[in-house]
Design a protein. Structure first.
Length: 393
C-alpha cells in the first residue's frame, strides 16, 4: 500500500432544514460580504435562493448575486464573477447548486486573489497560494465538489475543459438537505450517480491490492449507489435513498476511497474532451467511455476486474476463467448503465457516429498536443487514447 495523507476539513451539515444554518456558518467562517453564486432557474423556482438570501438579510450579512452557471461551467462566467467580487469587495463565496456551480465558485475564489489570469492554474502555469473561502448549499449530488479539492472549467475558446486541484479549494462548509434533490429529473439523477460511482472506480482500479479496508469501503459505496438509484428513479421523493445518494457523492470524492492506493483518472480525462467538444452531461459521457477503457486495460490487473465483477456487480466467479468473469463484470456494468438510462458508447451519447477527425482532435487535446499521457492503472499514450475513443464510437 502507499503512504497517504487524508485531509477533509469541510464541515458537513446534513439533514432536513439544514440550510437554516447558512448565515450562522458563514459568519463563523469569516464571511462579511458574500457572493451568492447559482446556476439557472431551479434555485429560483424552488425558493431556495430566496430562502438563503432571506437568511442573510435577517442576519445583517450583505451579499450580491451572480447566476447563469451552466453544466460544464464556463471560464467567461468565472471572469465575470471575479470582476464582480473585486468591485463589490466580496470576501466569501456561497455556491447554491451542484458541482458546476461549486467548481465555478472555486475558480472565482482563486481569481479574486490572483494578479494574473485564473486560467493559468488550469493550464498548470502557476499554483494558487490563496483564495477566498468557499462554501455551498448542495442541490445536485454528483460531482463531489462540495468536499473535494478539485474544480473543472471549460474555456469556450477552443472548447478546452481542464481541471485544477488544490487543498485551498475544499469548501469551509457544505449544507446538504436531501429534500432539495426531490425534483431532480431522472436523467440528471442517473448521470449524477454515474459520476459519483466513477469517482470511486477511478480509485478502485489500481495495482495497490493490499489496502483492504479502502477497497472494502469503495465496494460498499459502489453497491449502495447502484441499489439506491433504482429506488429514487421509482420514487423521486424517497428521502432515505436520496440521503444515501447525497452522502455517497461526498464520500466518493472526498479522498476516503483513495487512501493508500494509486488513482487512475483516465476515464475522466478522456471524457473531458467529449463534454468539451459536444457539451454533453459529464456523467453520461463517463458511462459512454468507461466500458471501452475497461476492456482496453483489464489485463493490466485482471484480478481487480474479477473482484469488481464478483463483489460489485454480483457476477458468479468462474475460477477456471478469470478473463470471462472480468468481461462479464464489464457487461453487467453496461446493463446497469442502460437500466438507468445512460449510454455505453459515443453514438448513444451524441446521437450520431463520431468522425475520425473528431476522434483525432479529442486525442490531440487529451494528450496536450501529443506531449502527455494519462492514467495510472495503465499509462495511456496518445495512440492508446485514440484506440479507446475508436472502441467507444
Amino acid at each position: 500500500m502507499k503512504d497517504f495523507n487524508y485531509y477533509a476539513p469541510t464541515e458537513v451539515v446534513f439533514g432536513e432544514n439544514s440550510e437554516e444554518q447558512v448565515a450562522t456558518l458563514t459568519s463563523r467562517y469569516g464571511g462579511s460580504k458574500v457572493l451568492v453564486h447559482y446556476g439557472g432557474q431551479s434555485a429560483v423556482r424552488s425558493g431556495l435562493l430566496d430562502k438563503v438570501c432571506g437568511l442573510y438579510e435577517a442576519a445583517g450579512i450583505p451579499f450580491v448575486k451572480l447566476g447563469g452557471v451552466v453544466p460544464n461551467p464556463r471560464l467567461s462566467k468565472v471572469r465575470e464573477g471575479i470582476e464582480l467580487c473585486k468591485q463589490e469587495k466580496v470576501d466569501f463565496i456561497l455556491a447554491v447548486g451542484g458541482g458546476s456551480v461549486i467548481d465555478s465558485a472555486k475558480a472565482i475564489a482563486y481569481g479574486v486573489c490572483y494578479d494574473g489570469d485564473v486560467w493559468d492554474f488550469y493550464l498548470g502555469k502557476d499554483k494558487a497560494r490563496q483564495m477566498l473561502p468557499v462554501a455551498c448549499v448542495l442541490t445536485i449530488p454528483a460531482a463531489g465538489s462540495e468536499m473535494s479539492e478539485a474544480s473543472v472549467i471549460t474555456n469556450e475558446d477552443g472548447d478546452v475543459k481542464l481541471g485544477y486541484s488544490n487543498n485551498l479549494a475544499r469548501p469551509k462548509f457544505a449544507i446538504m438537505n436531501p429534500r432539495r434533490t426531490f425534483t431532480l429529473p431522472p436523467y440528471q439523477t442517473a448521470a449524477g450517480v454515474t459520476d459519483m460511482m466513477m469517482h470511486t472506480m477511478e480509485r478502485y482500479f489500481t495495482h495497490d491490492d493490499d489496502m483492504d479496508l479502502t477497497t472494502d469501503l469503495a465496494e460498499a459505496v459502489l453497491r449502495r449507489m447502484k441499489s439506491a438509484v433504482f429506488e429514487v428513479l421509482k420514487n423521486p421523493e424517497d428521502y432515505r435513498h436520496r440521503a444515501q445518494i447525497m452522502w455517497g457523492g461526498s464520500v466518493a470524492h472526498n479522498g476516503l476511497t483513495g487512501c493508500g492506493v494509486s488513482e487512475d483518472w483516465a476515464t475522466h480525462q478522456l471524457e473531458h474532451e467529449l463534454s468539451g467538444m459536444f457539451d454533453v452531461t459529464h456523467g453520461a459521457g463517463l458511462a459512454a467511455i468507461w466500458p471501452s477503457w475497461a476492456r482496453y486495460v483489464m489485463h493490466e490487473n485482471l484480478s481487480r476486474f474479477v473482484r469488481f465483477a464478483v463483489n460489485v456487480m454480483d457476477v458468479p466467479n468462474d475460477f477456471s476463467d478469470p478473463e470471462g468473469t472480468a468481461m462479464r463484470g464489464i457487461e453487467a456494468m453496461e446493463r446497469f448503465y442502460h437500466a438507468i438510462g445512460m449510454p455505453v458508447n459515443i453514438h448513444e451519447l451524441i446521437g450520431r457516429e463520431i468522425t475520425d477527425d473528431e476522434i483525432r482532435e479529442m486525442t490531440r487535446k487529451c494528450s496536450r498536443n501529443y506531449k502527455t499521457t494519462c492514467g495510472q492503472f495503465r499509462v495511456l499514450s496518445a495512440d492508446d487514447m485514440e484506440a479507446i475513443y475508436k472502441m467507444a464510437k
